[in-house]
Design a protein around this ligand. Structure first.
Ligand SMILES: C[S@@+](CC[C@H](N)C(=O)[O-])C[C@H]1O[C@@H](n2cnc3c(N)ncnc32)[C@H](O)[C@@H]1O
Length: 295
């Protein structure tokens, strides 16, 4: 389905908060997700926030092409394969969930290329995507992006500042993740809030090395997600690459961190998540953020 097909069938939804930003704003999230057959788990009309429970492989194809300004994806890293890690000072097995079990090198590549292809289709011509990962998946992501003709803009090294120790003492302590920032294709003229990034960095050009702590207990009061990202990280990503009122999508929404950052910064949001328990956490976190803003 494309934008014209939707336009012929559907009335344009006008939302007060985001339409103040763009006077003839046709691309609001409810208008764009009319073709999604899944029932939404959360719809916040006033702020343009919608969450869907389902598989992104089913939902993304029902969103019109060239409609999303920015995507953040924190996909399965495929690292839950019986290894060990340190959690709260104790040795525990790495088991994030069934969704994180490796399918093997070739299948992991096919999976990654498939969702990246759908994301590329829905991005606006100048839209950008950010994808996080560790060594388990990030080379696959980079390779799949290149195969699809994305234009890689930066690879951010996220330094986690307070990582857990390495228990085996046979490796350096893992303390970084990579976040690839890419534009839809070579012809894209991507948006970058250069001045704001510089201002946020004491008036010096922002580096591609970001020191940001992993989320603390205050960000987990409504329940834990095993791979939750810090709001500060998503805040920076949203501010760097979008304008107020823009549409942000996360195909692996988890506990809704991207949605919270999007909402905080006055952007619209479409989140897609498989697991109900993570959606429950997202809804509580988002409702809390709505209340906080209204105070
Ligand atoms: C790495 S986590 C994302 C965590 C998120 N960034 C946060 O801050 O909470 C990946 C999430 O994707 C979900 N997931 C896995 N496969 C999916 C699929 N095919 N469609 C939608 N969600 C999926 C998992 O349930 C998991 O919550």
């Amino acid at each position: 389905m494309n934008l014209d097909e939707i336009a012929n069938n559907q009335p344009i939804v006008i939302m007060p908060s985001v339409t103040q930003v763009r006077s003839s704003y046709r691309r609001d999230v409810f208008y764009l997700t009319k073709g999604v057959s899944h029932k939404s788990s959360l719809e916040e009309k006033k702020h343009g926030i919608v969450l869907f429970k389902g598989n992104c492989f089913d939902i993304l194809p029902t969103i019109p092409e060239n409609s999303i300004d920015m995507i953040f994806a924190d996909p399965p890293y495929f690292l839950s394969n019986g290894g060990i890690t340190c959690h709260a000072g104790r040795m525990v097995s790495v088991n994030k969930g069934k969704w994180d079990v490796s399918k093997g090198i070739e299948e992991n590549f096919i999976f990654t290329q498939r969702w990246l292809r759908e994301c590329q289709r829905v991005l606006t011509p100048n839209g950008t995507i950010w994808v996080s990962g560790t060594a388990h998946i990030i080379y696959t992501v980079g390779s799949a992006m290149q195969s699809l003709g994305y234009k890689i803009l930066n690879d951010i090294a996220w330094f986690k500042v307070n990582p857990p120790p390495n228990l085996s003492c046979r490796y350096f302590t893992h303390s970084t993740e990579t976040i690839i920032w890419a534009a839809k294709n070579k012809a894209s003229r991507h948006h970058f809030n250069y001045s704001l990034m510089k201002k946020m960095n004491n008036n010096k050009q922002m580096l591609s090395l970001w020191s940001i702590k992993a989320p603390g207990p205050a960000e987990k009061i409504y329940g834990k997600h095993p791979t939750q990202k810090p709001i500060e990280l998503l805040d920076r990503i949203v501010l760097a690459s979008t304008r107020p009122g823009d549409i942000v999508l996360d195909p692996f929404s988890g506990s809704g961190t991207t949605g919270i950052a999007a909402f905080k910064e006055g952007r619209q949001y479409i989140g897609i998540e498989l697991e109900q328990s993570y959606l429950d956490v997202s809804i509580k976190r988002l409702k809390d953020a709505f209340k906080e803003k209204e105070k």
